[in-house]
Ligand binder design. Structure first.
Ligand code: PXL
Length: 277
């Protein structure tokens, strides 16, 4: 069985980060080892959330793993929360990375043209430095703009996306995949670039007109869970995009109208069918 280490916060209520990555990647048949960077009462879109930073625990935890000879097929990072945690994450790469480890970075920090509450421009710079070490990065357009110093645009054409990809490529990651790219009305999806070959790849699915917290984490969890099992990258991203759209549709049908996250629990069987399991 493949084994992934995922490094991100745990928000106790409000499905996102580890409360998505752990159940979803495990359900895909991959052992999921978690390194919680902080414990929050809820994700940061709620008011008055509490945060307990776990920074001082991270190196002691991974040093114990190292002494036990524990290894990982992939390392997947999401919301990290502070400059120090980015530095510690780099140290963890140095400790555990082998030529066969897939390093998958979702540089979670911004959306819709704005940085999340906890972050500033210097954090975006540090995140760009972390992305330089990745095999695969999956920024959304806003995150890509902050990391490359590009003006964010609500409406754009393919030339703008290609320019962003070329700037991201210069950061140093092997494969860069822009998420939330809409190239025609009613569609959304990904636009990727393999830095070595210079080849691009695109997948567009139907856009579901709703915005929920944690959908980026769902997308990344599925993509890395599929890719670590050897699925070609375009297929892994296609399943991640289709599954995320399907889960948003399912959530919209929920009569309780939860606003804080998506009902991925109801769509896990569909995910396994998409994976051919
Ligand atoms: O879904 C990304 C995410 C993860 N963790 C925390 C967040 C967010 C987005 O806002 O607040 C704590």
């Amino acid at each position: 069985m493949k084994r992934i280490l995922t490094i991100q916060d745990i928000s106790c209520f409000g499905k996102c980060s580890l409360t998505i990555a752990l159940p979803v990647i495990s359900a895909m048949g991959v052992e999921t080892v978690i390194l919680p960077t902080a414990v929050l009462s809820t994700h940061t879109m709620f008011k008055n959330f509490t945060v307990k930073d776990l920074q001082d625990q991270l190196l002691p935890i991974v040093s114990h793993w190292k002494s036990e000879g524990i290894t990982f097929d992939a390392i997947y990072t999401g919301y990290l929360g502070s400059p120090e945690e980015i530095e510690i994450t780099k140290e963890i790469f140095r400790m555990f990375r082998t030529p066969d480890t897939m390093v998958f970075i979702d540089p979670v920090m911004a959306d819709n043209g704005k940085l999340y509450a906890a972050f500033d421009l210097s954090y975006a710079k540090l995140n760009a430095g972390l992305c330089a070490e990745a095999d695969i990065i999956v920024p959304n357009i806003t995150e890509a703009c902050f990391m490359t110093g590009t003006q964010y645009r609500e409406s754009y054409d393919e030339a703008y996306i290609l320019e962003l990809l070329s700037r991201l490529r210069k950061l140093g990651a092997k494969t860069v995949v822009l998420t939330g790219v809409s190239l025609s009305p009613g569609k959304t999806g990904i636009y990727g670039l393999d830095s070595l070959s210079g080849k691009t790849f695109i997948y567009q699915n139907d856009r579901v007109d709703a915005s929920y917290h944690g959908t980026g984490d769902l997308f990344s969890s599925v993509a890395v869970g599929a890719a670590v099992q050897g699925m070609p990258l375009l297929d892994a991203f296609r399943i991640a995009a289709d599954y995320t759209a399907l889960t948003i549709e399912e959530t919209l049908r929920n009569p309780d109208k939860p606003g804080y996250g998506v009902d991925f629990e109801a769509t896990i069987p569909a995910l396994l069918r998409m994976m051919g399991k």
